[in-house]
Design a protein around this ligand. Structure first.
Ligand code: BTN
Length: 257
């Protein structure tokens, strides 16, 4: 650990900052095992073994991105809302980007897009004791500078950066303050109709034809019109046969058709 560049008025009291680390999710999980409190934050300037969903690599070159992991100790009332933790992060990021004058969208369930390109990914990992989640680690990566966004040849879904869309490089740490502040505010509404309403209103590709494919190479693709959210945050898809189906949050990729 090195001295943190975070502002002295940073809203979260428990922060570990690393100039370089393997994965902030791993650091956060290790800290949680040692007793990290709720809302403890691990932040890194560079990740050398950053991980994405579907066992993919997530690159975080030094000086270009936000890579952080929040340790969440679910409150008893939140134990039924674990499925909305990743959209919780996405909404926090979306609100913070909106405060910069941008128009973010959420690609179900939780990627954040700018100009229909991915600017933020979220990896939620948890540790369980029996059927109770003891710790949830919310790992969030935001491409802030242009150099953070991988070229199209290296991604399944095209990427962008805040800098590319905003036309200037925003202050990374101010953006982190905004994201974590929004997440603190949103936490009080997890799983409420207002929360689902905001998630749904921010959904990308609503009313458009999309393809949902299994991330593990098994199962049939499903193609249809993205209608919105169903119970628990499932995706409502209108199939070509006129029937509506619900796709549960899980190992699926969503793309425009
Ligand atoms: C994805 O879209 O595939 C999720 C990417 C999540 C990346 C973040 S960066 C901070 C945290 N540490 C990691 O190793 N991964 C997450």
């Amino acid at each position: 650990m090195v001295p943190s560049p975070l502002p002295s008025n940073f809203p979260l009291p428990n922060v570990r900052y690393f100039a370089s680390v393997g994965s902030t999710n791993d650091e956060a999980m290790a800290w949680a095992a040692e007793g990290a409190p709720d809302m403890a934050l691990v932040v890194a300037d560079e990740q050398t073994a950053g991980r994405g969903r579907f066992q993919r690599r997530w690159l975080t070159p030094a000086g270009t991105a936000l890579a952080f992991s929040l340790v969440v100790r679910p409150r008893p009332a939140e134990s039924h809302d674990l499925g909305v933790f990743s959209p919780w992060g996405a909404l926090g990021v979306a609100r913070a980007l909106e405060s910069l004058g941008l128009r973010p969208e959420v690609k179900w369930p939780n990627d954040v897009l700018l100009d229909r390109r991915k600017v933020c990914g979220i990896l939620v990992e948890s540790s369980w004791l029996g059927d109770t989640a003891q710790v949830v680690v919310m790992g969030i990566g935001v491409n802030v500078a242009r150099a953070a966004a991988p070229p199209d040849s290296e991604t399944l879904f095209p990427a962008t950066s805040v800098e590319a869309v905003l036309g200037r490089l925003p202050d990374r740490w101010a953006l982190l303050v905004a994201i974590t502040g929004e997440m603190q505010a949103l936490r009080e509404h997890l799983g409420t109709p207002a929360f689902y309403g905001e998630w749904e209103s921010r959904l990308a590709f609503r009313g458009e034809r999309v393809r949902l494919s299994s991330g593990i190479g098994r199962g049939e693709d499903r193609v249809g019109i993205l209608k919105g959210l169903g119970p628990g945050g499932a995706l409502r898809l209108l199939l070509d046969n006129g029937r509506e189906t619900l796709v549960q949050v899980g190992e699926v990729h969503l793309r425009p058709e």
